[in-house]
Design a protein around this ligand. Structure first.
Ligand code: HEC
Ligand code: HEC
Length: 237
């Protein structure tokens, strides 16, 4: 009798997920063993986002962002809760643990509520359309349908509706046959155009303002969650 109970208890303990082990297996390759980060991989130590709001942090790990891969299909709720609890309490970080229930709730929220303040004139849609027609329509078409095989459609395009930062980088720097607009179009006009293409022809993503363009132009990061996937199968990069 006593032997059987002891064996049961030992078995129960072995099912606990160790956050440090998940971190070592899944995160350390980029963020480094001690969370110090390296090159494009941000430090997770002394990081206000890591120690901040639980929902945004869980959502980032589930859904990814630019170079940060999504873990929704790789890690279950218990493993994500464990690894984030570890990251929030290791290396001098000091934030509350995250439980499995919180991860389950964020996972169930298909569209996490993201509040983004933008500073745009009231007639941004009209002005954005005019600027789009003048600057972009020659290639992508007045209706955003592009020309198959030459110029991609911007209508119902996941990349256009994804990370505002990734979109602005393509507009500022160009890509393959797409010219760079950093030298010829100012921040306000790029903001109007980006906001327009993200809301026209069935697209639905939050608008972009001149300050955001200025940050990306300066090489900075926009700390915004993507509204839809940021990569498009078959995209050139
Ligand atoms: C393949 C490399 C890679 C792996 C693996 C990876 N990350 Fe990331 N992570 C990144 C990159 C790149 C960014 C910056 C993304 C951006 O610029 O928006 C990032 C950003 C983050 C951020 C946001 C930091 C901030 O200041 O905004 C957190 C938190 C984070 N990762 C946690 C994790 C955790 C936890 C794991 C393991 C479950 C993990 N990452 C695995 C590459 C990675
Ligand atoms: C001279 C023709 C031309 C003009 C003008 C032009 N583009 Fe493009 N654009 C292209 C080409 C070609 C590509 C495909 C690049 C590639 O294959 O990576 C492209 C790609 C894009 C993409 C990426 C689409 C995707 O699915 O990956 C976006 C977004 C975009 N253009 C928006 C714009 C906007 C907004 C303007 C106006 C500011 C504009 N383009 C002006 C030719 C043009």
């Amino acid at each position: 009798m006593l032997v059987a109970l002891a064996a049961g208890a030992a078995f129960a303990v072995s099912t606990a997920v160790a956050g440090a082990d998940v971190y070592a297996a899944q995160c350390a390759v980029c963020h480094q063993a001690e969370g110090a980060g390296l090159g494009p991989f941000p430090a997770l130590v002394d990081n206000a986002f890591v120690e901040g709001a639980e929902g945004a942090l869980v959502s980032l790990v589930l859904r990814g962002r630019d170079g940060m891969p999504p873990f929704a299909n790789l890690l279950d709720d218990a493993a994500i809760a464990a690894v984030l609890t570890h990251v929030r309490s290791a290396w001098g970080n000091d934030a509350a643990p995250i439980d499995e229930q919180t991860v389950a709730e964020v996972r169930a929220d298909a569209e996490p509520a993201v509040e983004i303040a933008v500073d745009l004139p009231d007639d941004w849609r009209e002005r954005g359309e005019v600027a789009y027609l003048e600057t972009c329509a020659a290639c992508h078409g007045a209706g955003g349908l592009g020309i198959p095989g030459a110029f991609p459609a911007l209508a119902e395009n996941a990349f256009v509706q994804g990370s505002a930062e990734a979109l602005l980088r393509v507009l500022l720097n160009g890509r393959a046959g797409m010219p760079a607009f950093a030298g010829s179009v100012d921040n306000e006009r790029l903001a109007l155009i980006s906001s327009y293409v993200r809301s026209a022809w069935g697209n639905e993503a939050h608008p972009v303002d001149a300050e955001m363009v200025s940050v990306v132009r300066g090489g900075g990061d926009l700390d915004l969650a993507p509204s839809t996937p940021t990569t498009r199968p078959g995209a050139a990069d």
